[in-house]
Design a protein around this ligand. Structure first.
Ligand code: SF4
Ligand code: SF4
Length: 279
C-alpha cells in the first residue's frame, strides 16, 4: 500500500498527518519526504541517517568539433535548453529536464551525457520506520529527478507513506503518480477550499482514489464539507484546533505520539484508507 499525503497549499498540516500516520501503523513502514524544497519530516522523526548520496540529473555536453549545426537537437527540445547561435551550440543546463532527446536525435553523436547536481538523498531509520528524503540544492528548480530518487525507496510489498510537496505542479504529480491512495489535507476556509479543488482535479486526472483530512476543523466554514459531499469524496478525519497540538507541533512533537487517543485515531485513519483504496 502506497499512500501520498498531499495538500493544495502549504501550512495545512500535511506533515503532521504523514508523520502521525506512519507512527500509528503497527507494521514496519517507509516514510518518504518528497517535499524536497522544504523537507521537514526529519525534524519530527529524528531518524538516524545511515546513507547519503548526491543526486545528479542528465545535462547535454556538446563536442563542438563534431556538431554540424543541423539544429535537430534544438527542434526536439521542448524546454529551449539548447540552441545554435552562428556556428556554436549553446546549452542552458538550468532549463534542461534531462530527457536525453537531443542526444538521441543528434546524427553526429556530438552530444554526450553530463551531470548537474540537483541535491542530496538520505535514508535512515527510527524504530520500525524506515525514512528517506531529498534535499534540493539551493537555487535548483528541477525537483522531479530528486523526488524520483526518493521514490525508488518505495517498498511495493510493504506500506509506504509519502509526504508530497504542497501545490499541484510537476513535483506534486511526481509524488502522487502510481500510488494507491491520496490523502488530501486541507483547512475549512475559502483558501483551503480553493486549493483543495485544484488538488482534487489533479488526483482525478491521475485516476487515484482520495480522501480528505480537515485540519483545524472547528475554525472556518462548512465549504469543504459541502464540496466533499458533492464530489463524493470521504472526509476521513477531522483534527480540531487545539493550543496543545499547536504547542507540541512547535516543539517538533508528532501528534500520534502525544497521546494514545491520537495514536488510535491515526491507526483508525489507516484502516479507513485501506477500505477506500480497495473500493
Ligand atoms: S543535433 Fe548534433 S549535429 Fe545537429 S546541431 Fe545538435 S549537436 Fe549539432
Ligand atoms: S536533455 Fe532534453 S531537455 Fe535537456 S537539452 Fe536535451 S532535449 Fe532539451
Amino acid at each position: 500500500m502506497i499512500v501520498t499525503v498531499a495538500s493544495g497549499k502549504g501550512g495545512t498540516g500535511k506533515t503532521t498527518v504523514a508523520t502521525s500516520l506512519a507512527c500509528a501503523i503497527s507494521d514496519s513502514v517507509h516514510l518518504l519526504d518528497c517535499d524536497v524544497e522544504e523537507p521537514n519530516v526529519h525534524i519530527f522523526l529524528h531518524p538516524k541517517i545511515q546513507y547519503q548520496e548526491t543526486v545528479y540529473t542528465m545535462v547535454p555536453e556538446v563536442d563542438q568539433e563534431r556538431c554540424n549545426g543541423c539544429r535537430k537537437c534544438v527542434d526536439i527540445c521542448r524546454f529551449s535548453a539548447i540552441t545554435v547561435v552562428g556556428q556554436k551550440l549553446l546549452t542552458f543546463p538550468e532549463l534542461c529536464h534531462g530527457c536525453v532527446g537531443c542526444m538521441v536525435v543528434c546524427p553526429e553523436n556530438a552530444i554526450t551525457e553530463g551531470g548537474r547536481e540537483v541535491g542530496k538523498f538520505e535514508i535512515g531509520q527510527r524504530g520500525a520506520i524506515r525514512f528517506g528524503h531529498g534535499l534540493l540544492r539551493i537555487g535548483e528548480a528541477m525537483a522531479p529527478p530528486l523526488i524520483r530518487k526518493v521514490r525508488e525507496q518505495i517498498d511495493d510489498k510493504g506500506i509506504t507513506i509519502i509526504d508530497a510537496p504542497p501545490g499541484t505542479s510537476c513535483p506534486v504529480i511526481t509524488a502522487m503518480r502510481g500510488v494507491d491512495f491520496v490523502l488530501l489535507v486541507t483547512e475549512p476556509t475559502p483558501f483551503g477550499l480553493h486549493d483543495l479543488k485544484l488538488a482534487v482535479e489533479a488526483v482525478i486526472k491521475l485516476g487515484i482514489p482520495c480522501g480528505i483530512v480537515i485540519n483545524r476543523s472547528d475554525l472556518g466554514d462548512n465549504g469543504v464539507q459541502d464540496y466533499a459531499q458533492q464530489q463524493g469524496i470521504p472526509v476521513l478525519m477531522e483534527i480540531p484546533f487545539s493550543r496543545e497540538i499547536a504547542r507540541n507541533y512547535s516543539k517538533g512533537r508528532i501528534l500520534a505520539e502525544q497521546s494514545p487517543k491520537w495514536r488510535e485515531k491515526f491507526a483508525g485513519l489507516y484502516e479507513k484508507i485501506k477500505i477506500c483504496a480497495a473500493c
